[in-house]
Ligand binder design. Structure first.
Ligand code: UD1
Length: 333
């Protein structure tokens, strides 16, 4: 029996793979290696290079490896790119997920964990308190819509075919494995903390702050940054909950605390000890002003207790990983 991790060579997927490997579970990865790297995962974990939309390949992997659960990360994640290329995002995130879900239903997998996003909430009207799962779902980017459509396919597949699933809505995932075994490794990644660390280490020329005219205390966007190790721990717990008979569920993943872009920049300057420049530029497409998670549902269903809820620790682990990339020569596009 094994667990199929799609996108297991990517940023979050590779942390998930290490988490499962550390727990002694059998893992098989399908990854098209478009943004992932097989050297990020433990030796001995099978990496099948291919596409999750290739139904024959997925069926064979599920058969050959006796897959009993799927953790689905493969997909495109850059909000502004989705605004420029919506059909590409609907194809990669929605259409291919439909095919994967069909494979999972046909193979009778016992649990399916889906990588969803806070972007399904769009620009919530009330941001004075953390967001709960009951809020209306009104994504403002094709990325958010592409993920929401997958959530809806899972919801309906649970009713029609009895598929057990958990859709985890991530807020801003950041940081890297504290043991230094993997981290965000796409040189052209757009994540704020990654980009700021690259600027601090001289790997990128400058940091642009996208807008300081948002309705927030310092005018820059507020996000809930969750350490990737805490996030993958939530997946492992969600999987256990489903395998122990819990009903399908949707849950937010975040710490319930927000930091503005300027606060993050300050944290990176503090941790790196480099006083790099950050220029204010116009807003970027598709950015909501504030996104902070209420994760009480996740905590009550799974007993999740974060271990890395500390912005400086998040920045430090990410910065250490950037240094590792430089040492390995993987720092340039
Ligand atoms: C991230 C996720 C997205 C998720 C969302 C949930 C990525 C690539 N995207 O999107 O999947 O749905 O969290 O909250 O991880 N910023 C700058 N300068 C930069 C980069 C970013 O000012 O160079 C700002 C952005 O405008 C935004 C904030 O920093 O306000 C965070 O941006 P980013 O790290 O790209 O993540 P999100 O777009 O929030």
């Amino acid at each position: 029996m094994s667990i199929l991790v799609t996108g297991g060579c990517g940023y979050i997927g590779s942390h998930m793979t290490w988490n499962l490997h550390d727990a002694g579970k059998d893992v098989v990865i399908i990854d098209n290696l478009s943004t992932g790297f097989s050297w990020l995962v433990p030796d001995g974990v099978p990496v099948i290079e291919g596409d999750i939309g290739d139904a024959d390949l997925v069926a064979k992997v599920m058969r050959d490896h006796k897959v009993e659960a799927v953790i689905h990360f493969a997909g495109s994640i850059v909000v502004p790119d989705s605004v420029k290329d919506p059909l590409g995002y609907y194809f990669n995130n929605t259409v291919k997920s439909r095919s994967l879900i069909e494979n999972a239903v046909k193979a009778g997998v016992k649990a399916f964990i889906f990588s969803s996003t806070a972007a399904v909430y769009g620009n919530p009207a009330e941001t004075d308190k953390p967001l709960t799962e009951e809020l209306s779902l009104e994504p403002i980017s094709p990325y958010g819509t592409s993920k929401l459509m997958t959530e809806l396919m899972l919801r309906d597949s649970a009713v029609a075919y009895g598929l057990k699933y958990a859709a985890l809505r991530y807020f801003n995932v950041a940081g890297a494995d504290p043991a230094g075994r993997t981290g965000q490794s796409t040189p052209t990644a757009t994540h704020l903390i990654k980009v700021a660390n690259q600027v601090a280490l001289g790997q990128r020329d400058a940091l642009a702050i996208f807008g300081n005219d948002y309705p927030t205390p310092d005018g820059t966007c507020i996000r809930d940054y969750i350490h990737v190790s805490d996030l993958v721990a939530a997946h492992a717990l969600a999987l256990d909950a489903l395998l122990n008979g819990h009903e399908p569920f949707v849950a937010n993943c975040g710490y319930g605390k927000g930091y503005s872009v300027l606060e993050v920049v300050e944290a990176v300057r503090r941790v790196s000890d480099v006083n790099f420049e950050a220029a204010i530029v116009p807003r970027r497409d598709g950015d909501p002003a504030t996104l902070v998670a209420d994760s009480s549902r996740l905590r009550s269903i799974t007993g999740w207790l974060p271990q890395h809820d500390d912005l400086d620790l998040i920045v430090r682990t990410a910065l250490d990983w950037e240094r590792t990339l430089i040492e390995k020569g993987h720092n340039r596009a």
